[in-house]
Design a protein around this ligand. Structure first.
Ligand code: IMP
Ligand code: MG
Length: 369
């Protein structure tokens, strides 16, 4: 992901794909032109990289020149008229191939056709590296098209967002969801995960998605997914990951305006972690970190036994049960720790201390995400 000015962009078209596309276009053009020497006309500024790579690959002699769109003030001071400048040489009888970085609405192309009307060229062909078919509103033929792309704003390989991004060798697409802070929160029983999640969601305006709660609510409200989940549970089977993912997806969609999400109780397996990555990717977002509260076993046992004295929860009263739960936690999360470590996203946070001390440590980690 990259940030230009105030906006975030994600990788979209690789250098390699651009390179093979340019090569393909060169082959098509060269095959059509045969023996004549064409004049390639790049439209500045965006096309400079495309033109450069294109003519380097072009197998036969050719001429290269550039034109540029310039804004002039219109008759009324409010209206801008765009004119192409830079066309100085005589193109009478020549084969001219316009090299465009991108054709969007086709307005620029209309202007190109207008100025070439009186040039008496032998042929005027249009080649564009990128094309947005859904945005194109003109009838001019596009002779060579590199890659059709959706009607989304892109940068890189000559294309800019307000001056930035032209220098990037690959193409990025504007993220429809801007920066969010999403993390999965882990902690052994007694680590104070619930308490901390509550503070963090207030501090950062995040939505806390506790998978257990999501399940219970779906079943209680008899949603389609809830009933589906229940049908597996009633048979004593595990609820398939896809059902859980669909529930989480609905939760994420319900809170589309959130600054981010705290996932709690999910994922538990590698497959689920991958599914969660995909879910976030579909939302043009990502999991930024696995944050795990780290507390020494003996401290946990003492805390939970203390809690058991007042809460009356039977599973908090038996030391052996507590130790087993802690062991179980480490057994299950080891895999996830590895998964997120491989993505450089694992953040262990010391969970021993006062509640506010631990919150401070978490805030330090989250502020860096
Ligand atoms: P058109 O005149 O609407 O076809 O748009 C042509 C010009 O708009 C291009 O030469 C670019 O300068 C700009 N443009 C259109 N779409 C994009 C984009 O996705 N990223 C950056 N510039 C764009
Ligand atoms: Mg252009």
């Amino acid at each position: 992901m990259i940030k230009l000015h105030d906006l975030y962009f994600k990788p979209f078209i690789s250098e390699k794909e651009i390179d093979s596309t340019v090569q393909r276009m060169v082959d098509e053009v060269a095959a059509d032109i045969k023996e004549e020497v064409p004049v390639f006309v790049g439209v500045l500024n965006g096309s400079f990289m495309f033109v450069s790579d294109f003519v380097k690959k072009y197998p036969k002699p050719c001429e290269v020149t550039f034109i540029k769109l310039a804004s002039y003030e219109g008759v009324k001071s409010t209206e801008d008229i765009e004119r192409l400048i830079g066309l100085t040489q005589d193109l009478t009888g020549r084969i001219v191939v316009i090299l465009e970085d991108i054709i969007d609405t086709g307005n620029t192309l209309e202007e190109i056709h207008r100025i070439f009307e009186n040039e008496n060229v032998k042929e005027l062909k249009i080649a564009t590296l990128f094309h947005k078919p859904e945005a194109y509103k003109k009838d001019f033929k596009l002779h060579y098209i590199g890659i059709d792309i959706p009607k989304k704003f892109i940068v890189g390989y000559g294309l800019d967002y307000d001056g930035l991004g032209r220098d990037l060798p690959e193409v990025y697409q504007l993220k429809t969801t801007q920066h969010m802070t999403n993390f999965v929160l882990f902690g052994p029983p007694g680590a104070g995960k619930g308490t901390q999640a509550n503070f963090l969601k207030e501090t950062y305006n995040l939505v806390h998605i506790s998978t257990g709660d999501v399940f219970r609510n779906n079943i209680k409200n008899e949603t389609a997914l809830g009933m589906l989940a229940k049908s597996f549970m009633d048979k004593g089977e595990l609820v398939p990951d896809q059902v859980t993912i669909d529930m989480l997806n609905a939760e994420v969609e319900k809170n589309a305006g959130a600054n981010g999400f705290i996932f709690d109780g999910f994922p538990r397996t590698n497959a689920q972690a991958k599914a969660l990555d995909e879910l976030m990717d579909n939302k043009d977002s990502q999991i930024n970190a696995m944050i795990a509260l780290e507390v020494d076993d003996e401290v946990l046992v003492t805390r939970l036994l203390d809690r058991g004295k007042t809460s009356g929860r039977p599973d908090d009263a038996d030391e052996q049960i507590i130790r087993n739960r802690i062991k179980e936690y480490y057994k299950k999360t080891a895999i996830l720790k590895e998964y997120y470590m491989a993505q450089d996203k694992y953040c262990g946070v010391d969970g021993v201390g006062s509640i506010s001390e631990i919150t401070e440590r978490l805030i330090k980690v989250i502020d860096r995400l």
